[in-house]
Design a protein around this ligand. Structure first.
Ligand code: PEP
Ligand code: MG
Length: 591
C-alpha cells in the first residue's frame, strides 16, 4: 500500500444516519455472490432469456449512474476519474452486444440452464480462451469480462455480495451501493458504520440505517478508490464525512464528540416515560415506524404509543419464497405481544421502487422495481393470493391485540374497495376454517403518498377508516425527484409549497370525514417540522424509534396556538426559501 493511501484522507458524502462510527473497513465487492445453478424446462427458456435481458438493462442503468457520478469528479480535476470512465464505457459496450451476452443467451437455450449459470459458464469459457493466447492486452480484458459477468450475476441473484450478517465485530461496511435488502441483514452489534458511493437520504437504505442506529454516509463519490478492506476508518454521519486512516488526533476528537452525543442520548432517555403534551395541554400520540423485529426493543425503550407503520416488506426479502401465513402470523403476534396493548398499524406489502423486487414476483420484471411500475397495492392486487395470505395472518394476529391495516401506494378509490373485498374473502376463509375472529374487522386505512391520492383525499376518506401521510413518496412524486438518488438529494424538499398544500388538503379531508390521520414519512421524526405538522392539525406522528425523544422534547416546549398561527403564515407563502425561513425562525425563537 502506498503512503498516499495510508495518510489521512477525507471523502465527502451525505450524512443520512447520525452518529460517529470508528472501526475497520470491510469492503463489499460487487458480484462475489454464490452462483445458483439449476436446470430449466424447454418451456422456461424464453422467460429465462427475458430475465437475463432485464438484468442486463439494470446493470447498464447502474453503470450509467456510476458514470455520471464519475463525470462530476472529472469536472473537479480528479484525473484518475478519466481512467474509470474509460473502463465503465468498455463495460457498457459489453452490456450492449458482446460474445459474453450472445454466448449466455445461447447457453440458456442449448444447455437449458438458469441465466446465472449461463453467464458464469460463458465468462469461464472466454477467459480460458484469452489466457491461452498469452497476449498482455487480452489478459487485461479477462478482468473486465469477469467484472461484467459479476455485475450481471449480482443483478440476477439480487443477493448481497457477501453474507453481511457474518462480518467481523467493529466493521464499517464500504460498498458501491448497499440495497435495502442487504442493509436489513446487517447486525448492528457488529457494524459500526456504513459508507457507500450511491444512495440518498430518503431511500430505504438510509431509513433502515437510521432504524438500526448505524452512523451512515451515502452518495460518497470516489469512495472505493480510497479504501481497502482492513483500513482504519471513521464515519461521521452528522456531517457526511468518511475519514480513511484517521490520525490519532482525529480519532481522539471524534471519540470526544461521540461521548457528547452519548451524554445527550442518556438525557433524552429520561423523557421516555413522559406523555407528549404541548405547553397548552394538547396531547400528541408519538408512535414508531418498524421495519425489522429487532427494532422492537428500541420501540419499547423509547416509550412509543404503538406502531404507526410496520413496513412488512422486509419480511419478504432475502428469501426465495414468500413467508407462509403461519410465519407471518407468528412474527406479527410476537410484535403485538411486545406492544403492550398499543395498536400496531400493519402496512401490506410495499415492494418495488428502491426496495427492489423479490424473486417470487419475477414475472413483473422491471416494472416491479420501477417507482412508477407495479409497486405497493398494485402488486398486491395483481397477486391477490399474496394479499389474501397477508390479510389472513393479520386477522389471526389481531386476536392478540389491536391492529390496523394500511394500504400503500393507493391512487384510486377502486383500489381500496378491491382490497376490502380481498379482506372480506380472507375473513370468510378463516371463518370456514373455524378460526375465532373478532366480530368487527380491523380498520383499513390508506397511505396518502401519491399526488393523485392527496388531491382526491376527500373521496378516499369516504372509503378509508384512517389515513397515513407518506411524505417521503409524496415529496418524491410531487417534485419528480428520486428519493434514493444522491445526485438530486439537494432538490428534495418536503417544504415545497406543492407538497405542503397536498398534505394540508389530505389532512383537512380526514378531519372533515372524522377519520384519524397520522404522518409516517421521515418529516414526522424531525423536530424542525413538528410545529408545522401540529399546526396543520396532526395529532399522531410515527417515526423511527430513536427520533421519538427529540420530537417529544420539541412538543413539550411548543405552544400549539403559536404554531397554528405560524403555520397559517407558512401556508400563505409560495417561495420555498421563505417557508424555510419562517419555520426556522419560529423554531429558533422558542428553542
Ligand atoms: C412514505 O413514503 O413516506 C412512507 C412512509 O413509506 P416508505 O418510506 O416505506 O415508502
Ligand atoms: Mg412510501
Amino acid at each position: 500500500m502506498t503512503d498516499k493511501v495510508a495518510s489521512e484522507h477525507v471523502v465527502e458524502g451525505l450524512g443520512v444516519s447520525p452518529g460517529i462510527g470508528i472501526g475497520v473497513a470491510y469492503v463489499c465487492e460487487s458480484g462475489s455472490a454464490r452462483i445458483p445453478e439449476y436446470r430449466i424446462r424447454p418451456a422456461e427458456v424464453e422467460a429465462e432469456q427475458r430475465r437475463l435481458r432485464e438484468a442486463v438493462l439494470r446493470a447498464r442503468r447502474q453503470l450509467g449512474r456510476l458514470r455520471a457520478k464519475t463525470r462530476e469528479r472529472v469536472a473537479t480535476r480528479d484525473w484518475a476519474a478519466d481512467e474509470v470512465i474509460y473502463l465503465l464505457d468498455a463495460y457498457m459496450m459489453m452490456l450492449k452486444d458482446s460474445r459474453l451476452l450472445r454466448g449466455a443467451y445461447a447457453r440458456i437455450a442449448a444447455e437449458r440452464v438458469n441465466a446465472e449459470a449461463a453467464v458464469q459458464a460463458e465468462v469461464v469459457a472466454i477467459c480460458d480462451g484469452f489466457r491461452t493466447m498469452q497476449d498482455a492486452y487480452l489478459s487485461a480484458r479477462v478482468e473486465d469480462i469477469r467484472e461484467v459477468g459479476n455485475r450481471l450475476i449480482a443483478q440476477l441473484t439480487r443477493e448481497p455480495g457477501k453474507p453481511l450478517f457474518s462480518i467481523p465485530h467493529g466493521s464499517v461496511i464500504v460498498a458501491e451501493e448497499l440495497t435495502p435488502a442487504e442493509t436489513a441483514q446487517l447486525d448492528p452489534d457488529h457494524v459500526v458504520g456504513i459508507a457507500a458511493q450511491m444512495g440518498g437520504p430518503q431511500g430505504h437504505t438510509a431509513i433502515l440505517a437510521r432504524a438500526l442506529g448505524v452512523p451512515t454516509v451515502l452518495g460518497a463519490a470516489g469512495l472505493l478508490d480510497s479504501v481497502r478492506s482492513g483500513d482504519p476508518i471513521l464515519i461521521d454521519g452528522d456531517h457526511g464525512q468518511i475519514v480513511v486512516h484517521p490520525t490519532p488526533m482525529a480519532v481522539q476528537e471524534y471519540r470526544r464528540r461521540r461521548g457528547e452525543r452519548q451524554d445527550e442520548e442518556r438525557a433524552l432517555r429520561q423523557l421516555a416515560g413522559k406523555p407528549a403534551v404541548t405547553r397548552d395541554g394538547v396531547p400528541i400520540s408519538l408512535q414508531a415506524n418498524v421495519e425489522l423485529p429487532m427494532e422492537m426493543e428500541h420501540v419499547v425503550e423509547a416509550g412509543a404509543a404503538g406502531i404507526g407503520l410496520l413496513r412488512t416488506e422486509f419480511m419478504f426479502m432475502n428469501r426465495p419464497m414468500p413467508p407462509t401465513e403461519d410465519e407471518q402470523y407468528g412474527a406479527l403476534r410476537t410484535l403485538i405481544e411486545r406492544a403492550g396493548g398499543y395498536c400496531i398499524t400493519v402496512r401490506t406489502l410495499d415492494l418495488g421502487g428502491d426496495k427492489g423486487a423479490v424473486p417470487f414476483v419475477g414475472q413483473f420484471g422491471d416494472s416491479a422495481t420501477s417507482p412508477l411500475g407495479i409497486r405497493g397495492i398494485r402488486l398486491s392486487l395483481a397477486r391477490a393470493e399474496l394479499l389474501e395470505t397477508q390479510f389472513r395472518a393479520i386477522l389471526r394476529a389481531g386476536a392478540h391485540g389491536p391492529v390496523r391495516i394500511l394500504l400503500p401506494m393507493v391512487t384510486a378509490v377502486a383500489e381500496v374497495r378491491a382490497a376490502r373485498d380481498v379482506l372480506a374473502r380472507a375473513a370468510r376463509r378463516l371463518y370456514r376454517r373455524g378460526v375465532d375472529l373478532p366480530t368487527t374487522l380491523p380498520p383499513l386505512g390508506t397511505m396518502i403518498e401519491v399526488p393523485g391520492a392527496a388531491l382526491t383525499a376527500d373521496a378516499l376518506a369516504l372509503v378509508s377508516d384512517f389515513f397515513a401521510i407518506g411524505s417521503n413518496d409524496l415529496t418524491m412524486y410531487t417534485l419528480a425527484i428520486d428519493r434514493s438518488d444522491e445526485r438530486v438529494a439537494h432538490l428534495y424538499n418536503p417544504l415545497h409549497p406543492g407538497v405542503l398544500r397536498m398534505i394540508q388538503f389530505a389532512a383537512a379531508a380526514a378531519l372533515r370525514a372524522r377519520i384519524p390521520v397520522c404522518v409516517c414519512g421521515e418529516i414526522a421524526g424531525e423536530p424542525r417540522f413538528t410545529p408545522l405538522l401540529l399546526g396543520l392539525g396532526f395529532r399522531e406522528l410515527s417515526m423511527t424509534a430513536s427520533s421519538i425523544a427529540r420530537v417529544k422534547r420539541r412538543i413539550l416546549g411548543l405552544d400549539l396556538l403559536a404554531a397554528q398561527r405560524r403555520t397559517q403564515l407558512i401556508m400563505d407563502e409560495t417561495d420555498p426559501l421563505r417557508i424555510q425561513v419562517l419555520l426556522d425562525d419560529f423554531n429558533a425563537a422558542v428553542s
